[in-house]
Design a protein around this ligand. Structure first.
Ligand code: HEM
Length: 458
């Protein structure tokens, strides 16, 4: 896939180069870049709204209820699941679509890019996630809204996937790079999650007394969602960007694909009802990916931290540390969990320690440039957000395990503190991205502000 900095090729419908003059080509490509930036900023902004309100605020609210009642079983499963859905689909899903559409060369290479389809995808996705929220929290027409939301989300994904599949390597006969395989596999994982989600929604609407999945079904669905979709997506983008951003030695492609294969065996085992055995595969897959990416080997080049906080490489490595903690806690949960606390700690180490920390790192590194070549609003705020999130995550993972399992009663009172720290970290991230979009000028605005460039001056 081309990067935003590569020169666009303007081609007619036939695919042949058009007869536009160089000035016209420049003008068209500028207008297209501006449209792409607008599309990306819309996806990212709606993702941030889902992350803050239905995602993190509800997560903290649930946590306050759990620690107040000293039990997760006394809190509405529909509310717990509404939180997970808003974070995974509302936040991470919207970011993936926004960055995905932005990276599809088709949007740069033709005179009539399919912006209409990309906007339709956004409208369907956002309405679908919002409808799920209404159904789970307010129970408004939930038997209707639940399947409708699942159908809208799946349809939006199919629009996106069709465009990704239309992408061919620039030179025919050239093999796809390994990271593209990882992202395609993760996309298939996302499609399976969305199909499972729609099937579950239809089942609940027809057969259930509430819009919440049963515990056993939810556990399997969560494994498909986390290890089958979220984790491979982050591996794909790590493979594409981390060698350059962190100055690491080149990725080991065979180990990368082995990690992916082992991971998917784990997902398959879970779906077949062998969840405990699957946890060992997730540990092996995690070790393989860390070795494949050479995440903890000394860097061979200076990391590229211009525009972001210099601690960026440290936080990326910490995220991979959290992934290992999540996988190991999964094995511990399979052996000893009696309350949901070790499973919860494992899932939290994965969703917050790995996924959210990676999104905060990579998002603040790439989104300002994608949104019209802006600069990040504040690199100090980036550090503060990541620090608070990691601190909150460490407190949450340790105290969840201790409190739920009845190992230490004082740990119940640490849980709310951990939630507020995470909320503060997530809010700092949202402020930094909105600050970047609203307060930092884009490249085009800078050109206008600085008047005609030297090229145009006579
Ligand atoms: C940042 C602050 C967050 C807080 C305070 C929070 C809180 C919670 C709580 C209290 C639960 C209930 C189950 C348990 O006790 O473990 C939960 C479950 C969950 N969370 Fe979070 N969470 C946060 C972030 C995230 C993020 C960033 C993601 C995903 C990217 C996420 C995804 C999930 C999922 C998938 C579940 C399982 C829902 C279910 O049972 O179906 N959470 N979270």
């Amino acid at each position: 896939m081309s990067t935003p900095l590569e020169a666009p090729v303007i081609a007619g419908k036939s695919g042949r180069n058009s007869s536009h003059s160089p000035a016209e080509i420049m003008e068209i490509s500028r207008a297209r870049e501006a449209s792409l930036a607008r599309l990306l900023m819309t996806y990212v902004s709606s993702g941030l709204v889902f992350m803050l309100l239905p995602g993190t605020f509800l997560g903290v609210w649930n946590l306050l209820q759990i620690s107040g009642r000293e039990s997760v079983a006394l809190v509405s499963p529909a509310w717990l699941q509404a939180h997970g859905h808003a974070q995974v689909f509302g936040w991470i899903g919207s970011f993936i679509f926004g960055i995905g559409f932005y990276s599809i060369p088709k949007f740069r290479g033709t005179t009539k890019p399919a912006f209409g389809a990309a906007w339709a995808c956004w409208a369907m996705w956002t309405t679908g996630v919002a409808a799920r929220w209404m159904a789970n929290i307010y129970l408004v027409q939930w038997r209707l809204l639940l399947p409708l939301s699942g159908a809208l989300e799946l349809s939006a994904f199919l629009i996106f996937f069709r465009m990704v599949l239309q992408h061919r390597p620039e030179k025919s006969g050239k093999n796809l790079e390994p990271w593209v395989w990882v992202v395609i596999t993760a996309s298939v994982g996302l499609m399976l999650v969305l199909i499972a989600n729609l099937a579950a929604c239809i089942y609940l609407a027809l057969q259930s007394e509430s819009p919440a999945l049963s515990h056993i079904l939810d556990q399997r669905y969560l494994t498909l969602m986390t290890w089958g979709f979220l984790v491979p997506f982050v591996w794909g983008f790590s493979t594409k960007w981390m060698s350059v951003f962190l100055g690491l030695k080149p990725v080991r492609p065979r180990l990368l694909l082995s990690a992916l294969a082992v991971n998917f065996v784990g997902v398959g085992l879970t779906l077949a009802g062998w969840g405990a055995q699957a946890t060992v595969f997730f540990v092996v897959g995690t070790i393989l990916i860390i070795v494949a990416l050479r995440m903890f080997e000394p860097a061979q080049q200076e990391p590229k931290t211009r525009g972001v906080h210099p601690s960026f490489p440290l936080f990326v490595r910490m995220a991979y540390g959290w992934l290992l903690v999540a996988a190991l806690l999964g094995v511990g949960a399979a052996l000893w969990d009696s309350s949901g606390g070790i499973w919860g700690a494992s899932r939290h180490a994965l969703t917050v320690g790995f996924i959210a920390v990676m999104v905060l790192c990579v998002g603040q590194r790439v989104l300002p440039a994608f949104a019209g070549m802006r600069l990040l609003w504040s690199s100090r705020l980036m550090f503060a957000g990541l620090f608070l999130l990691i601190l909150g995550c460490a407190l949450r993972v340790s105290s969840e395990f201790l409190a739920y399992q009845d190992y230490a009663n004082w740990a119940w009172s640490v849980l709310p503190v951990s939630g507020f720290l995470e909320l503060a970290g997530i809010t700092a991230f949202a402020m930094n991205i909105f600050g970047t979009f609203i307060l930092e000028p884009s490249h085009a605005q800078k050109v206008i502000l600085s008047g005609p460039g030297p090229r145009l001056r006579k």
